[in-house]
Design a protein around this ligand. Structure first.
Ligand code: ATP
Ligand code: MG
Length: 556
């Protein structure tokens, strides 16, 4: 993978080019974008791309970005989601200029509907949703006009007022725009503007029983806020005509819609509806399960805002759908954590080593926190007669070029001494209970005068100082590269073996004070962070990513 480019070396994406031209030509003197989530779930990596784009372009060109909750569907929305969305955007490193809610505009949008009715551009229809669908025609055949299409404005105004007053049942009447039932764009065949819904709204409560459709709320909200560039995903291309129609008919601020391809990432799904199913049906342990592609899940897993932003930058924005490799995100997080994370030693599968010539109670050595960062300091590493090393760092009958521990061989213990192995103790079944070594006092790391050269360096912990920790390693959540496009229910492609728990690992004592926001490299093992399930008695760490790219499921 290519090394990171400096900001000024990066070329503009197509949206940035449009904005640059609009500023140069004087079409706009300042830029205002918006990020418009529907509060019906937690944000995912796809949203991160939209956030990065909307906030990023505004920042680049000295503009601003509004956060607008697109809360026009009362049924699926919830304040829990509103709070999580705000937390996630802040965590990604972005600040919005204003916090707005489409529901704040319900009065204005209602007034727009009245205006269209008075102009003869909208009518109340008594057809059922099924009848409307039937009369819509197909892309090659024109639709049929509704028998209610020619109602006069006065009658429409009266009926619409009654809809608002709760006089009709759900589905009994709707408000439609009067455009063109033979338009090649199906979305212009008299689209629905308002429907009756007796539902409690998370902000407006029971004040309304009619709610505007997306196409009659989104563009209007953009125009009310004077959004210059309204950026959305490709599936909204056919909606653009309606967006422009409303702005023209209502004579509103001319916001303009631009589309880019949704971000898709391999081995996961990227739709709130699907992610909600994973949560509700207990395939994962919640929205913030570290296997989830949600911002909350990625944060808990140890991904960093900078790595996610870098991933969005490198994945870029496209005009056509494509699948991005999850390994690109892993690459970005490794790059960052290698530079910034503290090094710590944790033994995953312990075997005991006895330093037979070590006669002191304990000594405290120093280990660099991060060799990549000059001023990162050191931590104390207790060393004593009994240590743990990884069971597979010892071999009884080693092959040639096995540079780890074996009887008659010497290795260095990281930040400590060279030790030379002279025997083992086994139980009746032949299992190794202890490995016996001598240590070379003159070989202390940093002041080695022993003149000895060894090829292997092992991580270790002092048994009596070690913390017992649980480690959780995560594999891909799905077995298929693109589960969303496979046949049948996407859930049949779930990898049922995506969580690996190691409950008997031992960590050096410096990890006792770890916080959830810190990131660590466990030497030779991977990048980890403390999980919120940790207690005073047991620390739990999540593996963010392995040290190197690998598809292996094995957690050593
Ligand atoms: P989902 O299907 O996951 O519910 P959505 O598009 O319905 O996604 P919204 O809350 O309506 O979710 O989206 C807020 C913004 O984020 C929209 O502008 C939408 O286009 C954008 N967005 C959502 N998913 C992606 C994605 N995968 N890639 C890029 N942008 C996305
Ligand atoms: Mg949506």
């Amino acid at each position: 993978m290519e090394p990171l480019k400096k900001e000024e070396e990066r070329s503009l994406n197509f949206i940035e080019e449009i904005i640059e031209n609009d500023l140069k030509s004087g079409k706009h003197t300042s830029i205002l974008t918006r990020f418009p989530p529907e509060p019906n779930g937690y944000l995912h990596l796809g949203h991160a791309s939209s956030i990065w784009l909307n906030f990023g372009v505004a920042q680049k060109f000295g503009g601003k970005t509004n956060l607008r909750f697109d809360d026009t569907n009362p049924v699926t929305e919830d304040t829990e989601y509103v709070e999580s969305i705000k937390e996630d955007i802040r965590w990604l490193g972005y600040t919005w200029a204003n916090e707005f809610y489409a529901s704040d505009y319900f009065d204005k949008i209602y007034a727009f509907a009245i205006q269209l009715i008075m102009q003869g551009d909208a009518y109340v229809d008594d057809l059922t949703p099924e009848e409307i669908a039937e009369q819509k025609g197909t892309p090659t055949e024109p639709g049929k006009n509704s028998p209610f299409r020619d109602r006069l404005p006065a009658e429409n105004l009266e009926l619409f007022a009654q809809m608002k007053a709760g006089k009709f049942e759900e589905g009994a009447k709707i408000l439609r725009a009067k455009i063109d039932m033979s338009s090649p764009n199906m979305l212009l065949r008299d689209p629905i503007l308002y429907r009756i819904k007796f539902a409690h709204h998370h902000r407006t409560g029971d004040q309304w029983c009619i709610y505007p459709m997306y196409d009659f709320a989104h563009g209007q909200s953009d125009a009310i806020e004077n959004i210059t560039h309204s950026i959305c995903t490709l599936e909204f291309i056919p909606h653009r005509a309606m967006y422009d129609w409303c702005i023209a008919k209502l004579n509103l601020y001319p916001s303009h819609q631009y589309e880019f391809a949704r971000l898709n990432v391999s081995y996961t799904v990227m739709s709130k509806r699907k992610l909600l199913q994973l949560v509700n049906e207990n395939h994962v342990k919640g929205w913030d399960d570290p296997r989830m592609p949600t911002i909350a899940g990625m944060r808990r897993r140890g991904y960093t805002p900078a790595a996610i932003r870098e991933f969005c930058e490198r994945a870029g924005i496209a005009k056509r759908d494509k699948l991005n490799e999850i390994s690109l995100l892993e690459f970005c997080v490794r790059e960052e954590l290698n530079k910034t994370s503290f090094r710590r030693m944790v033994v995953f599968n312990p075997v005991k080593v006895v330093i037979t010539n070590f006669t002191q109670e304990e000594i405290f050595l120093e280990g660099e926190n991060n060799p990549e960062e000059e001023n990162s300091g050191v931590r104390l590493l207790p060393f004593s007669k009994e240590l743990y090393i990884e069971r597979d760092d010892f071999m009884e009958n080693p092959p040639k070029k096995f540079f780890r521990m074996a009887v008659g061989q010497s290795v260095r213990l990281k930040s400590a001494y060279i030790v030379s192995c002279h025997g083992i103790v086994k139980d009746a079944e032949g299992n190794i209970l202890e490995i016996h070594c001598h240590y070379i006092p003159e070989s202390k790391s940093g002041s080695d005068t022993s003149g000895l050269k060894v090829q292997g360096t092992l991580h270790w912990v002092s048994i009596k100082h070690a913390l017992s920790v649980e480690l959780r390693a995560y594999d891909r959540l799905f077995k298929m590269e693109n589960p969303a496009i496979e046949e049948g229910d996407f859930k049949q492609y779930i990898n049922t073996d995506s969580l690996h728990i190691i409950s008997n690992a031992y960590a050096e004592p410096a990890l006792k004070d770890a916080t959830e926001s810190q990131r660590f490299q466990f030497l030779r093992k991977g990048y980890f962070c403390k999980d919120k399930d940790s207690t005073d008695h047991k620390l739990v760490f999540n593996r963010t990513v392995t040290l190197k790219e690998s598809f292996t499921k094995e957690v050593k």
